[in-house]
Design a binder for this molecule. Structure first.
Ligand code: GCO
Ligand code: MN
Ligand code: MN
Length: 387
C-alpha cells in the first residue's frame, strides 16, 4: 500500500537518546541490550524516519568527562546529526541518576547540592544551545520525599522557584532564547514527587520572575499513573499558552512507570489526544518518551520507534475521518443548538437583570437525551476502522 503513514520532518517527531538507548534495566533485572552509542542512536532514528533527537547532558557526555573529551564527543555527535539530517529540538539535564541527588536537586536540603544542581543545569543549557535546542525540559525526578518529616513542602517550592528564576536569568544573560518546559510526575523514583501533576506546574509558573519563558511538558504516562485524564491536562496547558512540549507514550493507570509505545495501551485516549493536538494546531515537537519492551533487540527498538510515529499518523488520519463524517458532525452540532438562552457571556447590569428574570424549563431541559451513546459508538467505529 502506498503509505500515508510515513513520518516526515514536518510532523516533528522526536525521541530522547535515552528512549531508543534504553537497555531494559529494571529494579528486578539487569540490562538486556548492549549500550547504544549516541551516534548509532541518531542513525537508528534516521532509519526510522524521525525528525529530532533530544538528550540529557549525560546521555551524551559522561558526568566526569574532561573539557577536551566533552568537546570531542559533542563534535562527533553534531556531525552525526548533520549527516543524518536529525535536529536537536530539546535538551534537558539529568538531576536524578547520580547519588548526589538522592535527596533531590533544586530542593535538596544541602545548599551545596542545590548549587551543584543549578551549575550542572547551566552546563546542560550550554550544551543544548550548542546543539541548537530551543526548548529546555526540567523534570524533577528526585524532587520529592519518602518522609515529609525531612522538610516543609512549601520550602521545597520556594527552592524550586529560586532555581528556575536563576536559570531563566542565565538563558537571558547568555542569549540562549530557551523556553523552559516543566514536566510533572506523581511518583517514581521518589515516593512522592513535588509538583505531581501538570496542573500543579500551571499554578506555579505565574509565581516566577519570567513566567513568559516557562511552560509545561505534560507526559501521557505521568497523568495516567495518577489516574487522571491526560487530554484535560494538555488542553488546560494549551489554553493557557503553556504547551511548550509534550511527552508521548502509554501507560495503564495505577501501575509502575511503564513507558509503553505511544497508543499501545489506551488507544481511545491516544486518539482524542492526537485529534486535539491536530485540531488546535499544536506545532511543537511530538516527542516520544517511551522505550521498547525488555524482550527486544535493536531491531525491535527500531520497530518500537516506527510504531510510535505510525500510530500517531494513523490516529491523525482517523481524526480527519471523524471530522469528515456527516453523521458525527450532525450529532456534534446538535449538542448546543438552543438559540433562546439568555446571554451571560459578559456581565452588564442589563443582562444581569435579564438573567435574574429568566425562567427555565428545568424538567424539560433535564429530559432531553444528548445522544452521546451514539456519538461515542460512531467515534469508536471510526477508530476501529469500520466506517
Ligand atoms: C521519566 C521522565 C523522563 C523525563 C526526562 C526529561 O519518567 O523518567 O519522563 O524520561 O522526561 O528525564 O527530563
Ligand atoms: Mn516518564
Ligand atoms: Mn518524560
Amino acid at each position: 500500500m502506498a503509505d500515508a503513514f510515513v513520518p516526515r520532518p514536518e510532523h516533528k517527531f522526536s525521541f530522547g537518546l535515552w528512549t531508543v538507548g534504553n537497555r531494559g534495566r529494571d529494579p528486578f533485572g539487569d540490562a538486556v541490550r548492549d549500550p547504544l552509542p549516541p551516534e548509532e542512536a541518531v542513525a537508528l532514528l534516521a532509519e526510522a524516519g524521525a525528525w529530532g533527537v533530544n538528550l540529557h547532558d549525560n546521555d551524551l557526555v559522561p558526568i566526569d568527562a574532561s573539557a577536551s573529551d566533552r568537546d570531542r564527543i559533542v563534535r562527533g555527535f553534531r556531525s552525526a546529526c548533520e549527516r543524518h539530517a536529525i535536529v536537536v529540538p530539546m535538551a534537558t539535564v539529568n538531576l536524578f541518576y547520580d547519588p548526589v541527588f538522592r535527596d533531590g536537586a533544586f530542593t535538596a536540603n544541602d545548599p551545596r547540592v542545590r548549587a551543584y544542581a543549578v551549575q550542572k543545569t547551566m552546563r546542560a543549557m550550554d550544551l543544548g544551545a550548542e546543539l541548537g535546542a530551543r526548548i529546555f525540559v526540567l523534570w524533577g525526578g528526585r524532587e520529592g520525599t519518602e518522609t515529609d518529616a525531612c522538610r516543609r513542602p512549601d520550602e521545597a517550592i520556594k527552592r524550586l522557584r529560586e532555581a528556575v528564576n536563576y536559570l531563566c536569568e542565565y538563558s537571558i544573560d547568555r542569549e540562549y532564547g530557551f523556553k523552559f518546559a516543566l514536566e510533572a510526575k506523581p511518583n517514581e523514583p521518589r515516593g512522592d514527587i513535588y509538583m505531581a501533576t501538570t496542573g500543579a506546574y500551571l499554578g506555579f509558573i505565574p509565581t516566577l520572575d519570567h513566567p513568559e519563558m516557562v511552560g509545561v511538558n505534560p507526559e501521557v504516562a505521568h497523568e495516567h499513573m495518577a489516574g487522571l485524564n491526560f487530554l484535560h491536562a494538555v488542553a488546560q496547558a494549551w489554553e493557557a499558552g503553556k504547551l511548550f512540549h509534550v511527552d508521548l507514550n502509554d501507560q495503564f493507570p495505577g501501575r509502575y512507570d511503564q513507558d509503553f509505545r505511544f497508543g499501545s495501551a489506551n488507544v481511545k485516549s491516544a486518539f482524542c489526544l492526537v485529534k486535539f493536538l491536530e485540531d488546535v494546531g499544536y506545532d511543537g515537537p511530538r516527542h516520544f518518551d517511551a522505550h521498547a519492551y525488555r524482550t527486544e533487540d535493536y531491531r525491535g527498538v527500531l520497530e518500537f520507534a516506527r510504531g510510535c510515529m505510525r500510530t500517531y499518523l494513523i490516529l491523525r488520519e482517523r481524526a480527519k475521518q471523524w471530522h469528515a463524517d456527516a453523521e458525527i458532525q450532525a450529532l456534534v452540532a446538535s449538542v448546543g443548538d438552543a438559540h433562546d438562552a439568555p446571554n451571560f457571556s459578559r456581565y452588564s447590569q442589563r443582562n444581569r437583570d435579564a438573567l435574574l428574570a429568566s425562567t427555565f424549563d428545568r424538567a424539560g431541559l433535564a429530559k432531553r437525551g444528548l445522544a452521546y451513546e451514539r456519538l461515542d459508538q460512531l467515534t469508536m467505529e471510526v477508530l476501529l476502522g469500520v466506517r
